[in-house]
Each structure stands twice: as structure tokens, then as C-alpha cells.
Design a protein around this ligand. Structure first.
Ligand SMILES: Cc1cc2nc3c(=O)[nH]c(=O)nc-3n(C[C@H](O)[C@H](O)[C@H](O)COP(=O)(O)OP(=O)(O)OC[C@H]3O[C@@H](n4cnc5c(N)ncnc54)[C@H](O)[C@@H]3O)c2cc1C
Length: 398
């Protein structure tokens, strides 16, 4: 939509083909229906939130930075507000409003929008034109093509990875698409038992074969099949690749990241001597959410009914250890249908970052999640789609 609007504003005659009955189905459910459409970060801070290939985006971000995207939407009547962590949302909290604004602009520019057109092939002819063929539809001849078919996540919204085949057929290399920002699965029954419990201000470490590879601080959630929530989604990118490589993966939770082991031991010693007659399971209520207490006590191997005054030094150390390093063995990840974004995609070595034009096929442009670049949560992925779409549309019309 952004590529079509940009090209049409420059005077190009644009046809927009969409396989679903409506445009922007995914856009309308982003940000839990509120559409976190960009992030107010500066360009360097933005790139920091792109775990791989972020430098590819410099030209796109210079062509359309967060400020200019906010202005773009304001010009369409969508006013923005900035929330925690620089996340930008429409002031109306309505993703629908963002989609409707794009539809109205496409309409105003008289872009020929054809929904229900599933593109099945893109071919070049000898005169340098393209023939775009959609299922059960007549072929379209055109001088430029922008492919913006998205990734493989939430396939019910139309993003089923069709673009990879279209581009592979034209000689492009594809980095294996995998889900990212996806819940992690664990077989441990105590984890399932904590379903719905959300923890704030905790740290989680991702371990591969026992070695820490990434650490995040913030909020996480237990689900009926494993772990989710912001910090787990961030760790999931690496976890997915490690699991696919057959590595032993675990997440180690630090429930008290603000206290080192010694300080935590001092704190427990003080708490236990303040309430000598209380049972351990009741005493721990002042340091832990109630549902986690049996998990921690069980892991530490201490009798939950023991009175605080009777707890031995080694037992206290084991309790502190469980609080600082609660391991969860990870055995898999949720399907692409539950993932926010796709990692992998069209190999960036085959795309010119200054124009989004394919280096293999002149006049062919690629943008959005289809490219092998993805960000963490916070509005980065939609911004990547809008900025690369803008650059592709502008270059194609130029
Ligand atoms: C639940 C959820 C919430 C999200 N929330 C946020 C958020 O708040 N902030 C954020 O930054 N990112 C968010 N994202 C990620 C963001 O939505 C995507 O990165 C972004 O939509 C990618 O845009 P795109 O245009 O590249 O692809 P898509 O939005 O996937 O659009 C691709 C379009 O191409 C169409 N298509 C596919 N194949 C064909 C074909 N063969 N012929 C014709 N048309 C075809 C599809 O039907 C679809 O309409 C969220 C994702 C999900 C799943």
C-alpha cells in the first residue's frame, strides 16, 4: 500500500494486486488492534533494534524516518501518540483507522486496486516488460513490479510466503524463513501449571548447550505450553535458530535481578529471623508471587512446612540459587500462525539497499517483511515495511 501510494503520488499508473478480499488484514490486527506503526527512536537506536542486517536499512530510514512516517499519517488525518519505549500508536488506538487512511489515499490517487488476485508468477519478456499472472485472471503487462507479499506468519491474513517462490523463480536466493517473536515451548509440567502468571522486572537468559547467548530484562508470561511475553519473544529469534540446529536450549529465569546472590542471602536471612515461627511456604510470600512458591521450594529441596528459624544455611543458599537461576528446558517454538514476524527471506545481497531494486532483474523491487531483515517489538517491523515500501515505490516510479 505504501509503495503504491508513493508511486501514484509521483504520477505512475499503479495496479495493486491483493490475494485476499480486503487489503491490509494483518495491518488491522497489529499492536493488539492499536497498530504500533513506528518507534520514535533515532536512526542509530532504530538499527540497534534490528538484530541482523540492520545496516541494509540506512537508505530506507533516511528516505522515510519515524518522524516523516508520523507526518505522512498526520497528513492523512491519523494523529499519533508516543508511549513507553518510544512506541508510536495512532491517538485513536485504532489500527483500523491506519488501514482506512491508506485505503482512502489509494482511492484518492485512483490506484487500480484488485482484491482477490493471487499472483502466481512474474515473468520478464524480451522487450523488458513484465507479465504478472494471477490465478484464474488475465496476465498484466507492466514496466515495473514491486513485490510486497510479506512473510510466513499469521498466514490466515494472507502472508503465506508466496513471494519467496516468485523471487526464487527469478533467480533470487532465499534465506530460510523461520518464525521470530514467537512463544517458546517447554515440556516441564510445573511451567504449564503456572499458565497465565506474568512476571515483571525479571531477567531471562537464553542458554545454548549450557552457555549464555543472550540476556533480557523485563516482563514475561507462563502459558499452557511454555513461555511468552516481551522478553521471551525477544529471545525467541535466537532460540528458534538454535533449536533448528539441534542445540540444547534453555531459558534461565532470574526472579531477583536487582539483588546479587550475597545480597539476596542477607535479605532472606533477615526475613527468616523476622518471622521465626512462620512456615517457609508462608514466609516466601513477601519475596515471590504465591503460585511460584511451591516451584522454588521444590527445586531447592526444602520442606515447605519447616519453620523459618529451623532453615539451615545450605537450605537458604539453595533457595537463593533457585530464585536467581530457575531453569526451563525449551523443546520447541509455536507455529508461524502464532509468530509476529518472519526472520529470513530474500537474500539482501540480491537487493540494492538504495532503491530496493533487485540486482538480478531490472525494474523489479522487493520490500517489507519479505526481505531478510526483521526487528524486535516496538513498531520496528511496520516501520521497516513502510520505509522499504516507500523507497521501492519511489524508485519504481522515478
Ligand atoms: C498479530 C501481529 C501483530 C503485529 N503487531 C505489530 C506492531 O504493532 N508493530 C509492528 O511494527 N509490527 C507488528 N507486526 C508485524 C507487522 O505486521 C509486519 O511486519 C508487517 O505487516 C509486514 O508488512 P508487509 O507489507 O511486508 O507484509 P504483510 O502485512 O504480510 O502484507 C502482505 C500482503 O501481501 C498479500 N499477498 C501475499 N501473497 C500474495 C500473492 N501471491 N498475490 C497477491 N497478494 C499476496 C497478503 O495477502 C498481504 O495482504 C505484527 C504482526 C502480527 C502477526
Amino acid at each position: 500500500m505504501m509503495a503504491a501510494i508513493t508511486a501514484a503520488r509521483m504520477g505512475a499508473k499503479v495496479i495493486l494486486l491483493e490475494k485476499k478480499r480486503r487489503l491490509g488484514i494483518k495491518l488491522a490486527i497489529t499492536g493488539k488492534g492499536r497498530c504500533n506503526f513506528t518507534n520514535a527512536a533515532g536512526i542509530e537506536a532504530f538499527i540497534d533494534q534490528i538484530p541482523q542486517n540492520g545496516r541494509f536499512l540506512y537508505s530506507a530510514l533516511n528516505a522515510m524516518n519515524p518522524e516523516s512516517l508520523i507526518q505522512f499519517f498526520e497528513d492523512l488525518g491519523v494523529y499519533a501518540k508516543v508511549e513507553r519505549g518510544g512506541r508510536v500508536f495512532p491517538a485513536s488506538d485504532s489500527a483500523q483507522e491506519v488501514r482506512d487512511a491508506l485505503l482512502a489515499e489509494l482511492n484518492r490517487l485512483q490506484v487500480d486496486v484488485r482484491t482477490g488476485w493471487k499472483v502466481v508468477s512474474v515473468e520478464t519478456d524480451r522487450e523488458g516488460f513484465f507479465r504478472v499472472k494471477a490465478k484464474n485472471r488475465p496476465a498484466i503487462k507492466c514496466s515495473k513490479v514491486v513485490i510486497a507479499t510479506g512473510g510466513i506468519t499469521y498466514p490466515q491474513t494472507g502472508s503465506t510466503g508466496d513471494g519467496y517462490d516468485l523471487l526464487e523463480t527469478l533467480g533470487h536466493r532465499i534465506v530460510t524463513p523461520r518464525p521470530s517473536l514467537v512463544p517458546l515451548r517447554s515440556e516441564e509440567s510445573w511451567v504449564h501449571g503456572l499458565k497465565g502468571l506474568s512476571l515483571r522486572n525479571v531477567a531471562a537468559e537464553l542458554l545454548a548447550d549450557g552457555n549464555t547467548v543472550q540476556r533480557q530484562f523485563g516482563e514475561m508470561l507462563f502459558t499452557d505450553s511454555g513461555l511468552s511475553g516481551p522478553i521471551i519473544l525477544t529471545l525467541s529469534r535466537r532460540a528458534v535458530t538454535l533449536l533448528d540446529e539441534g542445540r540444547e536450549v534453555a531459558v534461565r529465569i532470574d526472579l531477583k535481578p536487582a539483588l546479587d546472590r550475597r545480597t539476596l542471602d542477607v535479605r532472606l536471612t533477615r526475613d527468616f529471623s523476622d518471622m521465626p515461627c512462620k512456615s517457609l511456604k508462608n514466609a516466601l510470600e513477601c519475596v515471590l508471587p504465591r503460585r511460584l512458591i511451591p516451584v522454588i521450594i521444590n527445586r531447592a529441596g526444602v520442606d515447605p512446612n519447616k519453620r523459618c528459624s529451623e532453615i539451615k544455611r545450605e537450605e537458604r543458599h539453595r533457595l537463593a540459587e533457585s530464585l536467581k537461576a530457575l531453569p526451563v528446558r525449551i523443546t520447541g517454538y509455536a507455529s508461524p500462525a502464532e509468530a509476529i514476524v518472519t526472520q529470513g527471506g530474500v537474500n539482501l545481497r540480491d537487493v540494492n539497499p538504495s532503491t530496493m531494486e533487485s540486482k538480478l532483474v531490472k525494474g523489479l523491487y522487493v520490500c517489507g517483511e519479505l526481505l531478510d531483515v526483521d526487528g524486535y517489538t516496538g513498531g520496528f517491523n511496520l516501520h521497516i515495511a513502510f520505509a522499504t515500501g516507500f523507497l521501492a515505490g519511489r524508485s519504481a516510479a522515478d
